[in-house]
Ligand binder design. Structure first.
Ligand SMILES: [Zn+2]
Length: 66
């Protein structure tokens, strides 16, 4: 299965969003990554959100599987 990743800068730190979910450390600049795949439902291509992860930009990029 082919996954797509979307990343959004949250403009806030761990004080608001909690520790990085990948490395468990605080981050001054938190990002949100959404892992998605496309699936045909009733003949139409739909985007399905699989997982949402909060953390450092570098950490989120490191957990991408393709
Ligand atoms: Zn991290």
């Amino acid at each position: 299965m082919k996954f797509n990743y979307r990343m959004a800068q949250l403009n806030a730190s761990s004080a608001k969003y909690g520790l990085c979910e990948v490395c468990g450390k605080a981050a001054s600049d938190m990002y949100l990554q959404t892992k998605q795949h496309e699936k045909k439902i009733a003949g139409k291509d739909r985007v399905i959100n699989d997982t949402v992860t909060f953390g450092h930009k570098e950490c989120l990029e490191s957990i991408r599987s393709d």
